[in-house]
Design a protein around this ligand. Structure first.
Ligand code: 3HC
Length: 312
């Protein structure tokens, strides 16, 4: 019988060897808690993330764009499913996670509390927001917890497609008519700062990073990922003559990085705490969808009670 210290040492040695931790394996309670916290927030983000884009399905300008958008929104629902399953493998139930979301106790990504005001927002969400998500999720595909890292591999493949369709749209509008250029620039102006906030608070204000990095859940810090994203996006957006809404943005020769002005963290925390532009609307939409699906859950439960062998 190993002591707690010996189990912890073996667990950390496995992570150091690059082995994946699987659901039945011994893990510290704090590792389990951190994963449930992070994966459930991530799952909620995917599902709430369907709302701002879903609002534009009926207004897509042509059939091709409509089909792409429907597929993308459907993919996000699927990502939520993989992630809820990954979290369930740690011993939390789907109902507990959904209750936390529907009662407003759970966090989900700040970015989905902003409104989609014009059609170009759909392209900008694909290029910027999904681009930021991929940067974070490519890292999480290396996470030490097996079910999370495997879910991330599949999700990243699909997100890459989302990213490409967004980039294609933005470049097309940036090179289009004066109206299209103005529409896409307006969209970049509104989404730039909230996208930078997606990566989370600065490292000095990130209470979870140290533990997550120690146990191989994250391998890069919030600021490292944000900086990589800024460097790539400044180059790509300026190449198509779009500007960024930051008078302080400059290239720092010493570090080789693009340096931005200060991020408005008061705005970030307002949004995270439920007081962003669309928090109440998003929660109400999820509550309504959950209520509308009640009859399906009840029918499934009744069917399972009558025909358990079919469900099994
Ligand atoms: N929105 C909402 N809450 C956020 C946040 C954000 N952008 N960034 C940080 N927070 C919260 C954290 O959850 C934490 O709250 P808690 O301790 O009460 O749970 C608090 O702020 C402090 O932040 P930390 O930096 O300490 O938190 P983490 O170390 O966990 O880092 C994270 C935050 C980078 C978001 C990390 O949790 C993570 O990588 N999560 C998984 C990926 C994810 O959830 N992505 C969301 C976007 S998914 C998406 O965009 C879908 C795609 O289809 C577009």
């Amino acid at each position: 019988m190993l002591t707690h210290e010996e189990q912890l040492a073996e667990f950390e040695a496995r992570i150091a060897r690059g082995e994946k931790i699987e659901p039945g394996d011994w893990m510290p309670a704090e590792y389990r808690r951190q994963l449930i916290r992070m994966i459930s927030q991530h799952a909620h983000s995917e599902v709430v993330g369907m709302l701002p884009e879903g609002a534009w399905i009926t207004r897509a300008p042509n059939l091709r764009r409509k089909m792409v958008l429907i597929s993308k929104v459907q993919d996000e629902g699927g990502h939520g499913q993989y992630l809820y399953h990954a979290a369930e493998s740690l011993g939390i139930s789907r109902e507990e996670m959904l209750d936390a979301l529907l009662e407003g106790r759970a966090k989900y990504s700040s970015i989905f509390n902003y409104p989609t005001l014009n059609w170009a927002d759909i392209g900008v969400i694909g290029w910027l927001v999904d681009g930021a998500a991929i940067k974070n999720q490519t890292m999480l595909a290396q996470a030490s917890y097996g079910p999370y890292s495997r879910a991330m591999v599949r999700i990243c493949a699909e997100e890459t497609f989302h990213h490409k369709q967004g980039k294609e749209m933005v470049i097309q509008y940036a090179q289009g008519t004066p109206f299209q250029r103005q529409m896409v620039q307006d969209s970049i102006n509104r989404w730039w700062w909230p996208t930078l906030m997606m990566f989370g608070p600065h490292d000095s204000d990130s209470p979870n990073s140290e533990t997550l990095i120690k146990w191989g859940i994250k391998t890069k810090t919030n600021d490292e990922l944000r900086q990589e994203f800024i460097n790539e996006m400044v180059a790509d957006l300026t190449a198509v003559n779009l500007t960024l809404p930051d008078p302080d943005l400059h290239f720092d020769e010493a570090s080789g990085n693009w340096t931005t002005g200060p991020i408005d963290w008061d705005e970030f925390w307002r949004v995270v705490k439920g007081n962003g532009p669309c928090n109440k609307e998003r929660l109400a939409a999820r509550q309504e969808a959950h209520e509308n699906g009640r009859w399906v859950r009840e029918a499934m439960a009744a069917f399972a009670a009558r025909s358990p062998q079919v469900i099994a």
